[in-house]
Design a protein around this ligand. Structure first.
Ligand code: AMP
Ligand code: GLY
Length: 429
């Protein structure tokens, strides 16, 4: 790579405390610059890796800035979307600290589905056709001419829960009541979207305000149960690479989707710095955007970063400068990685907390990676403390080997009511 814009930061803070952040921390620890790492709030697995964990809420801008000043942090990597949508990047910029993650205005690619649609129209990016429903009456009137499945999306940040794919009129009516009568997502408009058919793909790009540099393609599994049954979740597993998505297709997607968005935001005067996550449907008519996220994917990151051969710290740092990624490359190993999420009993509706977790070390001894997501430590024992508890990542020369390694290790981690999908990366090559 070409020289870096300024020296690499020596003290780095990662905001968040899930499996994604654990994977980010591990990759930053591989940086030759050997930065001192902090996390807020982090988790017990991150702490065990020697990272300073501070009990600070990433959504509390004042507390984050105070921590940054107290600890002499030079660079902040923001894991989750909520602090970005709430403007943490702007707060840090005002405090003179660089950050990986877009400004509040640019984070609207994720924060508002309607704003994202308008931006895509402006940038000429292909996405599902849609209309806006402002009221129950309008929604009921739309029912008359609806084809099924029909896709409804609340125009708010709802961790994936604001989306309903209705199979028939009964489900559509239930969705309309949830949005407009129960107001489950508050006073929000709802998008009614064309249903797209195809395979989903997550393609994440690092953006420096001017250029979009792709990471390897990845795929995640959003439904709770095998065969894509059951409720939507935050993600039950992931894998990378994606065999049918070769470098030509990646280049085409970046040229027609990510780069036009980066260009449009630069022209608007709100340049995009950070990870631009394209959630795509590979349709018969070409790739279409389902959604954008303004940060690393969870659990895609857990399968992506173990394969990264470039220095993550350098890449993220360069992305925070206008044009900083000029001449940068993002190299991945030829091997494959499969991430299996172990979720708590009751996930996603009401995950149970406090179940003792055994077998983490045995899983690690197999050579698999174990990332903590929703865990806590109680009397020296790890216990469940969130919906997605542990992420186990297997690697190998191909997906079949990585898959076997992931499940061998996943079966060694035990807790009451453990839920996992058995079909992550199954039948894929
Ligand atoms: P989103 O949060 O917008 O990515 O939606 C969550 C999930 O709903 C996606 O990962 C898809 O599986 C599904 N979905 C969303 N929009 C559509 C669409 N227009 N057509 C088909 N499936 C969709
Ligand atoms: N894996 C889906 C997401 O990160 O939003």
């Amino acid at each position: 790579m070409e020289p870096v814009s300024g020296d690499l930061p020596r003290k780095v803070l990662v905001l968040g405390g899930g499996g994604r952040e654990h994977a980010i921390v591990r990759a930053l620890q591989r940086s030759p610059a050997r930065p001192e790492l902090w996390a807020a709030p982090g988790n017990p697995g991150i702490a065990r890796d020697g990272v300073h964990c501070a009990a600070v809420d990433p959504l509390d801008g004042d507390a984050v800035v105070a921590l940054v000043e107290r600890a002499g942090i030079e660079f902040v990597v923001v894991g989750p979307e909520a602090p970005l949508v709430a403007g943490i990047a702007d707060r840090l910029a005002a405090a003179g600290v660089r950050c990986l993650g877009p400004s509040q205005e640019a984070a609207r690619v994720e924060g508002s589905k309607l704003a994202a649609k308008q931006l895509m129209a402006e940038a000429g990016v292909a996405t599902a056709a849609y209309r806006v429903l402002e009221s129950r009456e309008q929604a009921l009137a739309a029912l008359a001419e609806l084809d099924y499945p029909a896709v409804f999306k609340a125009d708010v940040l709802a961790a994936g829960k604001g989306v309903v794919v209705a199979a028939d009129e009964t489900e559509a009516r239930a969705a309309i009541d949830a949005y407009f009568v129960e107001r489950r997502f508050g006073e929000t408009a709802v998008l009614l979207e064309e249903f797209l058919v195809g395979d989903e793909l997550s393609l994440l790009c690092l953006c420096d305000g001017e250029r979009a540099l792709p990471l390897a393609p990845a795929r995640d599994y959003k439904r709770l149960r095998d065969g894509d049954e059951g409720p939507n979740t935050g993600g039950m597993g992931s894998y990378s690479p994606v065999g049918e998505v070769d470098s030509e297709l990646v280049a085409e997607i970046v040229a027609t989707i990510h780069q036009p968005i980066v260009d449009a935001l630069r022209e608007r005067g709100t340049p995009y710095h950070g990870v631009l996550y394209g959630g795509l449907m590979l349709t018969a008519d070409g790739p279409r955007v389902l959604e954008f996220n303004c940060r690393f994917g969870d659990p895609e990151t857990q399968a992506l970063l173990p394969r990264l051969r470039s220095d993550l710290l350098e890449l993220l740092w360069r992305a925070s400068f206008a044009g900083g990624l000029d001449g940068a490359s993002c190299e991945f190993a030829d091997d494959a990685a499969v991430c299996v999420v172990l979720a708590a009993s009751g996930y996603p509706e009401a995950p149970r907390r406090g179940d003792p977790i055994a077998g983490i070390e045995a899983a690690e001894r197999t050579g698999a990676l174990v990332f903590h997501a929703g865990t806590a430590e109680r009397d020296g024992q790890f216990v469940t403390a969130g919906g997605r508890v542990i992420n186990v990542v297997g690697t190998g020369p191909d997906l079949a080997a990585a898959r076997e390694a992931a499940y061998r290790a996943a079966d060694l981690v035990e807790f009451d009511g453990k839920q996992l999908r058995r079909d992550i990366a199954a039948g894929r090559s």
